[in-house]
Design a protein around this ligand. Structure first.
Ligand code: NBX
Length: 849
């Protein structure tokens, strides 16, 4: 078996565009030259960091060469483009992804050997680009990979944060946040573009001149910054095409106030610089919790304004001021509401800068935007105080008011059949500008409503989620525009999440299928189905899993100092820490397991399935309940992991600083993964798809994409299988949740639940009683247990027993594992992106020959 067969070029001719030699000797000497000339390093003593950088600089030249060829072709053919506007791109590391996408693994690994380094070890020198919080940001990164791989004309646009997602340190069981200084050693993957700069303005006032019936509005801002572009080339797999992620940095118009300095006011001399650079300095670390700070609004407007100016400038070079052609040449996908101010900015640019009349500008605007919603959590739906919006963006506030007025007039017409009071209520519910429900004095701009009104398409991210938004947060809008609403079930890139992070499994799959085509056509994974029945193949499949568990075992040792038995079941839950994701419920079942083992005789303990439970994820810095959960995991883990009666049968670890790179080690090693959100709360989930691809069995609720994963797993088992067969499903149904929430006060808790709550309250775990956390699921009088942990607790324990029983039948377990991978084809981001391209963007592939 050729272990690296998929890394080779398969006999294909390298395209003419590639001029750089890639033989190991040349690469070796080129890397040395980079070390010497780019950083003044000594070629006799190449440190690991320098070797990594030299290699990256060398690779970037390949990438730039391909990117230029791609952009030249696209400029020549002028196809329609998609612009993915996102405040977050959670890219992770680039070295191995680049080498493998360019199919240069062999020569580069050899060149490095000549330098005395191993490629995999060196890859760890790279800092993760953590420019995102979680699922939404990582989805954007997977989408860029799919777009490049599928040769779709498109760019990502975002923010070059100086500090990305904070580093999580656990000190005395507690999460501490440390700034992510990811740029100190430079970033070899980006290209600074001082030639691509745009002014972005804030504040000030409006000057209006009326000539006849025409009103001219001029915005006289009182603050201006410069947006400078950085380009990050995005390699596609198995193609010459290379996309682009353009990230903006905010800079002062005037670097330095020499006047102030000369007057001795040294600190003020840097004022403007500090204020400007603050805009792109840090990623807001709040996932699904609101951040009403003005700086965040400035970030959003900053990157969107620069991006739209950039697109319009390119458009004008080709099409002059024929703006009615814009919808044929460009579309903008809004990744949640964060870039929604772009709708007002487009109107501003077209009306105030380009002189179009309102109707023309609004017509164009609504044809170029499309909107994706990622959550129905009411607290995560962005609403900006009118006061703040008017202060920082006076013209945009006025534009939004005009849009709202026209929208309400449209609704008056559209709903004219309705009784008056009912109609008014509906119009009020759909208003873009409306009073704050908690403080009627304050007016808010509802960004989701603006996004729905200003976009031609609105989509959710899994079928159940797309259905729910039509009957909840966007119910009235769906009544008005039923055709605007679509579903685009999420997907993940099989390159990063299977081919590169689980190379042994990828090799085994390629060997079985006799082709590596499945890497870009994931439906072909179905060909693995017959191999599930082949005992020899199952043995190989298990051996790969075991090796991946060794790798995670080593990581656990590195992070915690503990050795774990890799023959135990590895049971994993990794995601942002949030009450709705119910990590607390997971811990409760671990405690239950602990109690059960403690109560057993040594003889009885022999039948226990040994488990290593792993939880990882970050809590928003201000989210106290989430931080309590992290402390509880640590405290329960300390008790269990040091108990000589139990530690051979059960472990619980909280692994610190979960990020993309850690996920790449954890996911291939999972036997079981948990996706246990209260039904109806997790829009989709994407790690569930990564685990499925890697053959990890799923324990979950009927929520988000779990449902579609269950459908695919049922389908591959044949017509007799029911949805849920082959997974471990438990918990209440989404449709019953509202009723159950109302009845929470009457709910009679399970005695095992009461026992565990008493243990926690007594201070059994560490020297903490976790009162607020315990109250959050018990004190029904204050309206708690919103996420129905108590309701789902008993069925959760039952399904955990099923997991154990199944583990004892390893043949069946591994058979299912293979079927999971075999049925995961739907969840490739290639499928998702081709649906966006066809059903929303109307963008066609255009490949460099
Ligand atoms: O988006 C997530 C959902 O929770 C997942 O179910 C879904 O799979 C994923 C991709 O569609 N949402 C999410 O990650 N939200 C954020 O990261 C977020 C970031 C900033 C913010 C609000 C939410 N202000």
């Amino acid at each position: 078996l050729d272990v690296v067969s998929f890394r080779n070029n398969n006999g294909r001719k390298r395209a003419e565009t590639s001029k750089k030699p890639t033989d190991p000797e040349t690469v070796h000497s080129d890397v040395l030259a980079k070390v010497e000339f780019n950083s003044g390093g000594n070629r006799g003593q190449v440190t690991a960091l320098l070797a990594y950088q030299g290699l990256a600089w060398n690779l970037r030249e390949h990438l730039m060469e391909r990117m230029i060829a791609t952009q030249n072709l696209w400029r020549e053919k002028d196809p329609k483009f998609v612009y993915y506007l996102s405040a977050e791109f959670l890219m992770g590391r680039s070295l191995l992804n680049t080498i493998q996408n360019l199919e240069l693994y062999e020569p580069y690994a050899q060149a490095l050997k000549m330098l005395g380094y191993n490629l995999e070890t060196l890859a760890e020198k790279e800092r993760d680009a953590s420019l995102g919080n979680g699922g939404l940001g990582r989805l954007a990164a997977c989408f860029l990979d799919a777009m490049a791989t599928m040769n779709l004309p498109g760019w990502g646009y975002g923010i070059r944060y100086k500090y990305g997602m904070f580093k999580q340190i656990i000190k005395d069981g507690e999460q501490m946040e440390v700034p992510d200084v990811w740029l100190t050693d430079g970033n070899p993957w980006e290209v600074r573009r001082p030639d691509v700069v745009f002014p972005v303005s804030f504040g000030g006032k409006l000057k209006k001149t009326v000539t006849g019936s025409h009103e001219l509005v001029e915005w006289i801002p009182d603050e201006q910054v410069i947006a400078m572009a950085y380009d990050v080339p995005i390699p596609g797999f198995n193609t010459q095409n290379t996309g682009n992620l353009r990230l903006w940095e905010s800079l002062p118009v005037n670097e330095f106030d020499l006047d102030a300095f000369n007057k001795g006011d040294i600190l003020s001399a840097y004022n403007e610089k500090g204020r400007a650079e603050a805009i792109t300095s840090v990623l807001y670390p709040n996932d699904s919790t609101p951040e009403g700070k003005a700086l965040r609004l400035k970030q959003q407007y900053f990157f969107v304004s620069a991006s739209l100016q950039d697109v319009l400038a390119r458009f004008k070079k080709v099409h002059g001021n024929q703006f009615d052609l814009l919808p044929e040449k460009a579309c903008f996908q809004l990744n949640d509401t964060h870039p929604t101010i772009g709708i007002a900015e487009m109107v501003h640019l077209l009306v105030d800068k380009e002189g179009l009349d309102w109707e023309a500008a609004w017509g164009i605007t609504t044809k170029v935007f499309a909107f994706t919603n990622h959550t129905i959590m009411p607290e995560a739906l962005e609403k900006w105080p009118v006061k703040v919006m008017r202060e920082f963006l006076p013209r945009h506030m006025e534009i939004i008011e005009t849009i709202d007025t026209q929208w309400q007039a449209f609704l008056e017409e559209k709903l004219s059949e309705m009784p008056k009071a009912e109609k008014q209520a509906a119009i009020d519910r759909m208003a873009i500008v409306h009073p704050n429900q908690w403080n009627k004095e304050e007016m808010l701009v509802n960004m989701a409503h603006l996004a729905v009104v200003g976009s031609h398409t609105v989509n959710g991210v899994a079928q159940i989620h797309s259905d729910i938004i039509k009957s909840t947060i966007f119910k009235d809008f769906h009544g008005v525009f039923p055709l605007k609403f679509q579903n685009k079930t999420n997907g993940v890139t099989p390159r990063r999440w299977l081919v590169f992070s689980n190379t042994d499994l990828a090799t085994l799959i390629t060997e079985a299928l006799g082709t590596q085509e499945w890497m870009t056509n994931c439906k072909l994974l179905e060909g693995l189905k017959p191999f599930a029945e082949d005992a020899e193949f199952r043995k190989k499949w298990s051996a790969v899993k075991r090796k991946n568990k060794e790798r995670l075992g080593a990581k656990i040792r590195e992070l915690t100092g503990d050795d774990v038995d890799t023959s135990s079941m590895f049971d994993i839950q990794i995601k942002r820490i949030h009450e709705y994701k119910r990590q607390f419920l997971n811990v409760l079942s671990v405690i239950r397991r602990y109690n059960t083992i403690k109560a057993m005789t040594p003889e009885e303990r022999k039948s226990v399935v040994p488990r290593v439970c792993v939880i990882a994820g970050k809590a928003a810095s201000s989210y106290e309940r989430a931080k309590d959960i992290i402390r509880l995991v640590g405290a329960v883990g300390d008790t269990i992991n040091t108990d000589p009666e139990v530690r051979d049968l059960l472990r619980l670890y909280f692994l610190p600083d979960y990020n993309v790179s850690l996920a790449e080690v954890i996911i291939p090693a999972a036997d079981l993964s948990q996706h246990i959100s209260t039904a109806g709360t997790e829009a989709s989930g994407t790690s569930n798809m990564k685990f499925q691809m890697n053959g990890s069995l799923i324990l979950g609720t009927m929520d988000g994409a779990n449902i579609e994963i269950a459908e695919e797993i049922a389908a591959i088992q044949g017509p007799d299988a029911k949805v849920g067969d082959g997974l471990f499903i438990f918990g209440v149904d989404a449709k019953d949740v509202p009723k159950l929430r109302k009845e929470r006060k009457e709910f009679k808790t399970d005695p095992r639940w009461d026992e565990i709550m008493d243990m926690i309250k007594k201070g059994t775990f560490g020297n903490d009683k976790f009162e607020a956390l315990v109250d959050s699921v018990n004190d029904m009088t204050v309206g708690n247990d919103w996420f129905l942990l108590a309701n789902d607790f008993a069925t959760y324990l039952d399904v955990q027993d099923e997991v154990d029983a199944m583990w004892k039948n390893q043949d069946e377990w591994v058979r299912r594992s293979i079927l999971y991978t075999a049925s995961s084809g739907k969840f490739s981001s290639d499928r998702t992106i081709s649906q966006y391209a066809e059903e929303i963007w109307d963008v066609q592939p255009l490949a460099v020959a």
